[in-house]
Design a protein around this ligand. Structure first.
Ligand code: RIB
Length: 307
């Protein structure tokens, strides 16, 4: 069975600089390398889903430049339906400036054409949404569009998954439409008004109408809670880490795919963790997204980092 998924989100060209450490403000340091690789949370999640075997369409915007062609080609070669990716003649394509050090990465995103992904685009592609089982969203397009499409999708009876990254405080009418909300720990704190305690933060979002909150905790795995049930934890997998860019995107794609093929909840999260583990063991956000065969092979040999 191939789940049908519509992703509404960003396409960015990632400019990845590798350096031993980040410079302090006002300092100049020498880096090791610089590469241009396809990225953007929407495109990353769409590509990851296609590699897993889902039938996936992306609604989004690019500018009129060389980056746009590269990003659209990347979607095409992964098998993503790109007919709803429009070109904004007056804008540049979204870009992300990523500093990759041995310990961490940091990212500055310049939205460019992603800022032109509007409610009208949702109306124009409403048939695509009607035919899908799942709608997968992130926060690199305007909040207004995210709110609108969530409400439309909910009315149509679709399962709505929101990866709230980059995080900002979200309105109640949006949260009430979300079946699965997938913040990391930092994002959870922002969404839950700075609440430092994990479960209390999750409860605050459940109280506003989210059905299930799934919080990714890096090497600590995942903590999740469905409204009216107890908090559950699922461990992550031990892998050599090359590049954590796109780990969240891989997780969200794995989660959506596994829900789409009808796996039970705990297995869904274990599957998503495997997709994320494989993604961080390779360089580049989209470049590192695994195929289903790679995930199944990994499942035979992988070791849990923690339980
Ligand atoms: O989630 C990783 C992505 O965030 C990168 O590909 C970059 O484009 C930013 O959007």
């Amino acid at each position: 069975m191939r789940p049908k998924i519509v992703v509404i989100g960003s396409l960015n060209m990632d400019l990845v600089v590798q350096a031993a450490r980040p410079p302090v403000m006002g300092e100049t340091i020498l880096g090791k390398s610089m590469q241009f690789v396809p990225g953007g949370k929407g495109a990353n999640q769409a590509v990851a889903l296609a590699r897993l075997g889902a039938e996936v369409s992306l609604i989004g915007s690019v500018g009129k430049d060389f980056f746009a062609d590269e990003l659209v080609n990347s979607l095409e070669s992964a098998g993503v339906d790109k007919t709803a990716v429009k070109t904004i003649e007056s804008s540049s394509t979204g870009t992300a400036f990523i500093l990759l050090t041995e310990e961490e990465n940091s990212i500055v995103v310049v939205p460019g054409a992603n800022a032109y992904c509007t409610k009208e685009d949702i109306d124009a592609h409403i048939d695509m949404i009607k035919q899908a089982d799942f709608v997968l969203l992130q926060m690199e397009i305007p909040l207004e569009t995210v709110c609108y499409v969530s409400q439309v999708a909910k009315r149509l009876g679709k399962t709505v998954i929101l990866n709230p990254a980059p995080a900002q405080k979200l309105p109640g009418e949006l949260l009430a439409c979300i079946d699965y909300l997938t913040p990391n720990e930092t994002e959870l704190a922002i969404l839950a008004d700075g609440e430092p305690e994990l479960e209390k933060g999750i409860d605050a979002l459940l109280a506003q109408g989210v059905r299930t909150v799934i919080t990714t905790l890096g090497a600590e795995g995942v903590a999740y809670k469905t409204s009216g049930q107890a908090l559950q934890r699922v461990g992550s997998y031990r892998v050599p880490v090359v590049d954590t860019t796109g780990a969240g995107d891989a997780f969200n794609a794995g989660l959506t795919y596994a829900l789409g093929i009808g796996k039970p909840q705990a297995e869904v999260i274990a599957f998503a963790n495997k997709v994320a583990a494989l993604a961080v063991s390779k360089f580049g956000a989209q470049l590192g997204m695994p195929t289903l065969e790679e995930v199944l092979r990994f499942a035979e040999t992988c070791h849990l980092e923690c339980k």
